[in-house]
Design a protein around this ligand. Sequence first.
Ligand code: GTP
Ligand code: MG
Length: 345
Amino acid sequence: MNELESLGWRGFFASQLDVDSALVPARVLAVHRGRIDVAGDGFHDSLALTGNSATLPITTGDWVMVDKDGPRVVRVLDRLGVFKRGAAGTSNAIQLIAANVDTLFIVTSANRDFNVARLERYLAIAHEAGAYPLIVITKADTVESIEPYVARARSLGNSLPIEAMDAREPDDVDRLRPWCGPGQTVALLGSSGVGKSTLVNTLTGADLDTRSVREDDQRGRHTTTSRSMHRLPQGGWLVDTPGMRELRLVDSGHALDDVFGEITALAANCRFSDCRHAGEPGCAVQAAIDAGELDQQRLRRFRKLQAEDRRNSETVAERRARDRNLGQLYKSILSGKQRFEGGSE
Ligand SMILES: Nc1nc2c(ncn2[C@@H]2O[C@H](COP(=O)(O)OP(=O)(O)OP(=O)(O)O)[C@@H](O)[C@H]2O)c(=O)[nH]1
Ligand SMILES: [Mg+2]
């Protein structure tokens, strides 16, 4: 495997290159305010994002084309996938979390953090980004029995891999290594304090900041504050992320259909194609609930996430439409003004 491949380079990216271009590809390892850290074939650099490059939508894990004479970033290559969320607060902005990720470790711990609804949300984000999800339940050493947690995670899908462990224990964490092979990119997502950086430290031998849970009691304290890629001794890459309190879904309709695949499959048998599973006659979903084959709560959570996604995605679409209309308005004002100034009509 050459150096670019060990950074995660694939044919998909190579197919986007201009044959005669003097630009070289590089992977974005970290994004800072106004600069990015990149690594390419035989180089490692920190590049300022100025001029045109300041407007590029770059996130950790992206592949960019670099003009080494600048040196400066010229363009971002199309992504295999990207994790995104509705940015915190009420704005409609979308925040990119990480791009070109092969596997997502959805990290939760065997305590109050464990929440099936939140896991479903992360699963939707993984599906949307085209990443293979795996649930990691940390702090298994703090409970008498980890089985109830594993069983609840298993209710999310029979084929979903689940690993429970003490994130500080190298022998436990070794079970995650098959997903972290050379050239593979794994991102870790989960609430603050669940042990994401601890896992990265145990896997890479790095020494990232982690914080004891007691010190972390104050709300709003996050130990990790930015996203960054870390190299594993045997090849692959880990993207550590700060815990996110709010993870609003955007444009995840199809991903939700996948995450709640058993409901989607049942719905195909409803009498009405637009059945809302809310008491309509011939509803196969309701029949499965009545027969005890589907949990009513799971349907409720599915509908809640669908509603949320629709709300956020609609606002994004509406905003685009508004921008378009405004653009047209400006154009028509401008052309009217030119006509007026030109005085020819
Ligand atoms: N007992 C036990 N403690 C753990 C385990 N995993 C993490 N911890 C502890 O939990 C605390 C928080 O861990 P971090 O790795 O900082 O959590 P994080 O997910 O990176 O948190 P943010 O960076 O704030 O998002 C640290 O004190 C860790 O030592 C575990 O499996 N068992
Ligand atoms: Mg951390």
